[in-house]
Design a protein around this ligand. Structure first.
Ligand SMILES: Cc1cc2nc3c(=O)[nH]c(=O)nc-3n(C[C@H](O)[C@H](O)[C@H](O)COP(=O)(O)OP(=O)(O)OC[C@H]3O[C@@H](n4cnc5c(N)ncnc54)[C@H](O)[C@@H]3O)c2cc1C
Length: 394
């Protein structure tokens, strides 16, 4: 009897995207080896901080619909496979002036994709979610299928599943270079080198070290955690995730911390800056940054304590137009890149993992919108940040 050798894939990074790709590649019969500088679920990278938003209605555009729907299904699949609670459904609010793209884009997407939604005016919002104060002319779009993802748990669950399906983990081992050679794709690590049929680079905020020609920039994202006066509001189902765009100094992301004691606020203001080396990231939270959170809470969030009980800074890789950079480096898909998730990669991570494996097998994936094409002109495309999100995470 002859046996066919399984194709070998080396994955750089066991963070958000690497863990999901490892799970999917192992499930589809690849012989998987993952290299990770730290360990599964570590707190140094873009998955840190405990929670992430999931939005089903996607104001960024209907081209993302297949990815969003696949991610929605796959989070449940991962929960079922591992017994972990990963996606907690809280519903979601997008708040802003009625003509802001976060509302008009969301409304168009919900209608195009036949998703459930509600539009709430100030009175309806005050009755249901009194933690928000609308400004004149503002509305809220409610997405009942949005929720909070437990990010570290999600990465650990995908890692466990990959391992159960036969993946090999090489932890505390940093990859120094990835080379395309005549015999395959070679990973050069601190401990030597090894050649694979394919290599997937999912290095997150460190990706630019291995991909210096891609126009990626690592930036810091800042969060504060706050107590809530009315403890009834802390029940996650009373506290929908929220994207608010009320003006340049009045924009934020907000969600329950899911621990029954506090909420998490990501204020949007102009603090993000290029970081050449994540190891050099200054994690000291400046007092003036905390003041931004305090002022936002005082103006817009009546049920919430203004002074933060905790604050944190986390790195993320950004592309110039805010869309991820995903695809094969060349048509043989020997080296595949998933990078530059620009503050919104977590919710879609399992679907990106599945798409990466499609690319390994066939060179492309029907799940991927053209906006994320690795080989696009990054400066020609409409910026997702200008359109909807600005630079903060969601
Ligand atoms: C504070 C913050 C809040 C966010 N909020 C949201 C949100 O609400 N919703 C949402 O959808 N998205 C959100 N995002 C974005 C989302 O979390 C990221 O897009 C996603 O986590 C990126 O995943 P990644 O795999 O690219 O990076 P990571 O998860 O950081 O993974 C990269 C991994 O690669 C490893 N690595 C790198 N280089 C090497 C190497 N050379 N050798 C070995 N290992 C290596 C790293 O150690 C790391 O484990 C947020 C991001 C941040 C920072």
């Amino acid at each position: 009897m002859t046996t066919t050798a399984r194709p070998r894939v080396g994955i750089v990074g066991l963070g958000t995207i690497g863990s999901m790709t490892a799970w999917q590649a192992a499930a589809r019969g690849f012989d998987v080896t993952v290299f990770e500088s730290f360990w599964p679920g570590h707190n140094e990278g873009a998955a840190a901080g405990g929670t992430r938003m999931f939005r089903r209605v996607y104001a960024e555009g209907a081209t993302y619909g297949p990815l969003v729907d696949e991610a929605w299904r796959m989070w449940r699949e991962l929960e079922y496979a591992t017994g972990e609670d990963i996606l907690f459904r809280t519903g979601g609010l997008s708040i802003g002036p009625a003509n802001h793209p976060v509302l008009s884009g969301g409304l168009a997407d919900a209608q195009d994709r036949g998703l459930p939604y509600e539009i709430l005016d100030a009175e309806a919002l005050a009755a249901r979610y009194p933690q928000h104060r609308l400004l004149p002319g503002e509305l809220a779009l409610f997405d009942p299928e949005a929720g909070v993802l437990r990010s570290n748990v999600a990465v650990a669950a995908a890692t466990a599943e990959a391992r159960r399906l036969g993946a090999t983990l090489r932890l505390n081992e940093t990859v120094l270079a990835v080379e395309d050679t005549a015999t395959g794709a070679r990973i050069v690590s601190e401990n030597g080198s090894e050649t694979f049929d394919h290599v997937v680079i999912a290095g997150g905020p460190w990706a630019q070290n291995l991909l210096p020609d891609l126009p990626l920039e690592t930036r810091a994202i800042f969060h504060t955690w706050h107590l809530v006066n009315n403890r009834q509001l802390l029940r996650p189902e009373r506290f929908p995730i929220t994207l608010r765009r009320s003006g340049p100094d009045l924009s934020y992301g907000l969600m329950s911390a899911l621990d029954g004691s506090r909420i998490k606020l990501a204020p949007h203001f102009d603090y993000a800056r290029g970081i050449d080396d994540v190891a050099e990231l200054d994690r000291h939270v400046r007092h003036e940054w905390q003041r931004v959170s305090i002022e936002l809470v005082e103006k817009l969030l009546p049920g919430v304590e203004p002074g933060p009980v905790e604050a944190g800074i986390f790195p993320e890789s950004f592309s110039p137009d805010g869309h991820a950079a995903v695809g094969p480096v060349d048509p043989s898909a020997r080296i595949v890149v998933l990078a530059g998730f620009s503050g919104h990669g977590f919710k879609l991570a399992p679907a990106f993992g599945r798409a990466a494996v499609d690319v390994l097998e066939t060179g492309s994936s029907a799940l991927l919108p053209s906006e994320v094409d690795l080989h696009r002109d990054y400066r020609a495309q409409v910026s997702i940040r200008d359109l909807v999100l600005n630079s903060e995470p969601a």
